[in-house]
Design a protein around this ligand. Structure first.
Ligand code: MRU
Length: 345
C-alpha cells in the first residue's frame, strides 16, 4: 500500500514541495529554485515533519551549488551560506542538522569545479530521499508486528508520507499493518494548534482507504477510559541518548494516557532522528511558534486582542513512558538507552 500523492519531487533545477499549509482543501506544489526558497518553505511549514525537512534541506544545499555555478560564483561559500540559512529555520528536528552534516561531509570531498560538485551533491540528496523511503518501509515492516490483528490505534500530529520523503514513520507502521491484513482503525488527534492531524493525517489515511476517526485532542482521554484504544503510535523529532522523545506538542499527554490505561506507546523514528550528543530530552531545543497560531483559527481571530500566549511546537516524553522505539534497524525495547547504545556500537 502506498500513498497517492508526492510530498516532494526533484526536477533537476528546483525542488517541488506539496504546500502542506493549504491541505486538504488545495493540492498545489510550490517550486523552490534556490536554497532561500527551500529555507522559507521549511520556516513557513510548506514542508514539515522531521525527515521531510531534512531531505528538503539536502536538496536546498544542492541548489545552492547549482545557483553559484550558474552565476559564476565559487560554490563552497554559497554552500556554507545556505547551510547556515537552512540550519536556522527550525531548531527541534535533528534530521535537519543530520542532513546538513551529511551534505557537508560530501562537499568536503568534492573538487572546485561547480558542475561536478553540483552533480555529486544532487546524487547525494537523491540518495538521502531514497534512503528515507526505504527506512520508512523497513520501519513499517518491523512496527506492523507490534499492532494487534484487529483494534484501534491512536496517532498524534502527522508522521506520514507528508512528513517524510514517502510512506511515513508512524503512518508507515499503520500502512504496513493494514497491508498485512490487520484490521486497524485509527483515531486521529486533531493536533492543535496547527491541525496536522485533522488536515494532513486524516487526508492521508482517507486517500489510502484506512478507516479513521478524527477527534479533538481533548477527546482522547475519554476513549482511553472507555477501553477503546489498543495502542498509540507517534513519530519523533529528536530522540536523546537515554530514549527521551521530542515530538509534536501533546504527545506527552498521549504517553501519560497510555501509561495510565496500560496501553502500549510506540514511537517510530529513523536512525537519523536519534541524537546521541544529547544525554537526555531536557537539552532538546523546543521551538516556540507565532502566537497567532493559537489566537487564530484558519485566519480568524478566536481570542482577545493582547492575550498572553504560550505556543511550544513540541514536548518531550520521558523514556519511562515509551514501550518501544521502532527504527529501520529493528524494534528497540526497554531498557531503551542500552538498546540505543547497542544500535550505534
Ligand atoms: O511541526 P511539525 O509539523 O514539523 O511537527 C512534526 C512532528 O512532530 C512529527 O510527529 C515528527 O516530525 C515526526 S514525522 C515522521
Amino acid at each position: 500500500m502506498s500513498e497517492a500523492f508526492r510530498t516532494m519531487a526533484w526536477e533537476g533545477d528546483a525542488l517541488l514541495l506539496l504546500d502542506q499549509r493549504v491541505l486538504p482543501m488545495v493540492e498545489s506544489m510550490r517550486r523552490c529554485p534556490d536554497p532561500s526558497s527551500v529555507a522559507d518553505a521549511i520556516r513557513t511549514m510548506v514542508v514539515r515533519g522531521a525527515p521531510a525537512i531534512g531531505v528538503s534541506a539536502a536538496f536546498g544545499l544542492a541548489l545552492a551549488v547549482r545557483c553559484a555555478w550558474k552565476k559564476g560564483r565559487p560554490w563552497r561559500r554559497a554552500f556554507e551560506e545556505a547551510a547556515t540559512e537552512l540550519a536556522g529555520t527550525r531548531p527541534t528536528a535533528v534530521n535537519l542538522f543530520w542532513a546538513i552534516d551529511r551534505m557537508r561531509r560530501e562537499a568536503a570531498t568534492l573538487p572546485d569545479d561547480p558542475a561536478a560538485a553540483f552533480s555529486r551533491l544532487e546524487e547525494r540528496a537523491v540518495a538521502l530521499f531514497e534512503e528515507d523511503v526505504a527506512a520508512n518501509r523497513a520501519m513499517g515492516a518491523h512496527g506492523a508486528k507490534l499492532l494487534p490483528a484487529r483494534g484501534s490505534v491512536l496517532t498524534h500530529c502527522n508522521a506520514g508520507a507528508l512528513a517524510t520523503a514517502g510512506y511515513g514513520t508512524a503512518l508507515g507502521v499503520i500502512r504496513s499493518a493494514a497491508a498485512a491484513g490487520k484490521r486497524i482503525h485509527v483515531y486521529v488527534d486533531e493536533t492543535r494548534p496547527f491541525l496536522q492531524g485533522a488536515r494532513l493525517t486524516a487526508w492521508e489515511l482517507m486517500k489510502d482507504g484506512i478507516p479513521c476517526t478524527l477527534i479533538t485532542d481533548n477527546m482522547a482521554a475519554s476513549l482511553f477510559a472507555a477501553g477503546r484504544i489498543d495502542a498509540a503510535v507517534v513519530g519523533a523529532d529528536r530522540v536523546a541518548a537515554n530514549g527521551d522523545v521530542a515530538n509534536k506538542i501533546g504527545t506527552y499527554g498521549v504517553a501519560v494516557l497510555c501509561k495510565a490505561h496500560k496501553v502500549p506507546f510506540y514511537v517510530a523514528a529513523p536512525v537519523s532522528t536519534i541524537d546521541l550528543k544529547l544525554p537526555t530530552g531536557k537539552r532538546i531545543p523546543i521551538e516556540e511558534r507565532d502566537p497567532s497560531e493559537v489566537t487564530h483559527l484558519m485566519g480568524k481571530r478566536v481570542a482577545p486582542h493582547g492575550v498572553h500566549v504560550y505556543n511550544p511546537a513540541f514536548d518531550v516524553t520521558p523514556v519511562r513512558f515509551v514501550s518501544a522505539i521502532v527504527t529501520e534497524k529493528g524494534v528497540l525495547s526497554p531498557p531503551i538507552a542500552g538498546a540505543l547504545r547497542k544500535l550505534f556500537r
